[in-house]
Design a protein around this ligand. Sequence first.
Ligand code: ASP
Length: 337
Amino acid sequence: MKRRNFIKNATLSSAGLAIGSSLVGCADTSSKEKNSTAATVNNASTAKLPMVIATWHVIDATAKAMEVLQAGGNALDAVEQGCRIEEANEKGQSVGKGGLPDRDGNVTLDACIMDKHGNCGSVVYLQNITHAVSVARKVMEDTPHVMLAGEGAKQFAVSKGFEPEDLLTEASKKAWEKWKIEAQYKPIINIENHDTIGMLAIDKNGDISGACTTSGLAYKLGGRVGDSPIIGSGLFVDNEIGACVATGLGEEVVKTVGSFLVVELMRQGKSPQEACEEAISRIVKKPNSQFKDFQVGYIAVNKKGETGSYSIHQWFSMTKFQDGVNEQIQSDYFNKA
Ligand code: ASP
């Protein structure tokens, strides 16, 4: 799959916005269209359990999660195993091994996981360990902490038996070298069909868990951490209400505590779709919002198994595996101008 980028670049204002759809969107729409069902509302009145949803087009990952669920596994195991598929996929340049590096050439990973009890674990700025989501789970289960960062996180992972490895693949190294010449050190956000992987599952007992894993904003400043490992921003699970996970420009998600917001909106009675739309609206309606220059997308599920997904720009999608159907569903979006 050809990589596509969205450049968060101040020069891309009004004039650039006219070409926003080609930047934000993807040239390669054919496979999406083939695999997609246009949908603005993704609700089922009697949703069947178990079920799993994930950001972007990741049917192998949702298939793995469903395999776990159908074998009687719980939602927590399902989201971890599902995310691991994409972390190990070297072709995906936004997650785990093969992730695009920061501007200094270092691949740094952020991930988190949250269970039905509200327990959570997170790793930030983790290097040389492919399965960041599993390290996050170990933080949750084997430490009194929620978040470990950098070298400490890596040492912890090694102490738990994770093998350090070089995560910078030849393809990502080449892309970075090319970017250094052409992009003049402006941040780039990846909008390809395969971005931060966030996954939410409900098991046969009706319990919800979620996970999120990413190499973050490509060519970010060294040390930068996005929303993905921050509980409440990149991910939030409340087993009484539902769950949400985010993708896109993390700074904008953090500023609105996006995933927590979506879950709280569902608590107030909004459907997952309405809640995602309201959370996007909080970003785009800010005074002086530069939303035309960046993407944010949310997916959410409520306790009934109803789902929603919404983004600022076109071409965001959700993969949903429910009732025997594993499919990509194109999201509705705000910027139709
Ligand atoms: N949300 C991630 C971050 O800001 C990146 C992404 O989803 O594309 O690090």
